[in-house]
Write a protein that binds this ligand. Structure first.
Ligand code: FO1
Length: 330
């Protein structure tokens, strides 16, 4: 058995061609939930859903989020209504008191659905309605995810990192904003002073996650700060990673990042935005997979390959390098 830690697009891209090396029935994916928001009363879990949709073969492969060829009639009507009533768009946070009222899992990231600031497709929304309904019926997020995994016919086990709330808040000169405001509404442009994983200290890892972390662990080329940071903020997860073989794929080629805001966020939290900085951020990692053009000298074993992943064949090549690195450290 092997366990993948997933967030953003990095680890999903690795999983997309990994079946031949890591058979779905023998792998578990633990997904970041720091990016989750409650929007118009519905819990949206982008990193869980990307894995559900990928493994269920419905993922939008242009964006790597949402469902391919989805319509967005409800989203469009929400914008028409808001526009016609002169309601300002942009993220509309619920009031300060409401942020800690309501469903505990949604704490510190509760938004009104008026002029919905994230694009939610119609089929995607059905998933959020189902998930939120199950939570309201008393399911944990782990239980609700299991139901959705069955609905999408998954062979891989997919687990949220915790059933407790952890919210990724980006501190900017104008104050803290949720990661989805920073990324979706502000295009990743605000200056970042710090990144906070609110709730991380009190959140616990579920038994299912702790069981999965007894197996060898793979961290794909996900963003070390916003994809992995929320997981590392949970004590039990950090401790479990120190006890098991871990292989990580660098999202950098030396100091060049493949995509996304990783470099900016790493610099903001005090890590060099480079492979060397990733190694510092992941002290529990026993071996790394680096790009063939990455000459960074690390104090741990390294397997090199072309880590660019555009096609399933690319992902399979990186998966084989990961398996080779795991052999060295297991
Ligand atoms: N990313 C965007 O850039 N714009 C969006 O409107 C948007 C909507 C969205 C809806 C559901 C979902 O699961 C993901 C969505 N994302 C959107 C992606 C998301 O912001 C991030 O890429 C992830 O949180 C990073 O993993």
């Amino acid at each position: 058995m092997t366990t993948f830690l997933s967030g953003g697009t990095g680890t999903p891209k690795l999983l997309a061609g990994a079946d031949g090396v890591f058979p779905p029935g023998e792998t578990t994916v633990v997904a970041n939930t720091g990016d989750d928001v409650e929007l118009g009363g519905l819990l949206v879990c982008p990193d869980l859903d990307t894995v559900l949709y990928l493994e269920g073969d419905v993922l939008d492969r242009e964006t790597w989020w949402g469902i391919g060829d989805d319509t967005a009639q409800t989203h469009e009507e929400l914008h028409r209504l808001a526009g016609a009533a002169d309601l300002a768009g942009g993220p509309r946070y619920l009031g300060a008191e409401a942020q800690t009222a309501g469903r505990p899992i949604a704490r510190w990231r509760r938004f009104s659905g008026v002029a919905e600031f994230m694009h939610i497709g119609d089929r995607d929304r059905a998933v959020h309605v189902t998930r939120t309904g199950l939570l309201d019926e008393g399911y944990t997020l782990t239980g609700a995810t299991r139901v959705l995994a069955t609905a999408f016919g998954l062979d891989r086990d997919v687990l949220p990192m915790s059933d407790d709330p952890v919210a990724t808040l980006v501190h900017t000169p104008a104050g803290p904003v949720h990661f989805q405001e920073f990324w979706v509404a502000r295009d990743g442009e605000p200056t970042v002073e710090d990144v906070e994983f609110r709730g991380g200290e009190d959140a616990t890892a579920t038994d299912a996650v702790l069981r999965a972390l007894r197996e060898p662990v793979v961290i794909g080329p996900s963003n070390p700060v916003t994809s992995l940071g929320p997981m590392l903020a949970v004590d039990g997860i950090r401790r479990a990673l120190a006890e098991t073989p871990v292989v990580a794929v660098s999202p950098f080629v030396e100091d060049r990042v493949f995509s996304g805001p990783a470099a900016k966020l790493m610099a903001a939290v005090g890590y060099e935005p480079s492979t060397a900085g990733v190694a510092e951020a992941y002290p529990f990692t026993d071996a790394f997979v680096l790009d063939s053009a990455d000459d960074t000298a690390l104090d741990r074993p390294v397997v090199r390959t072309d880590t660019g992943m555009e096609t399933a064949e690319d992902s399979a090549r990186v998966a084989r390098a990961v398996a080779e690195a795991l052999e060295v450290v297991s």
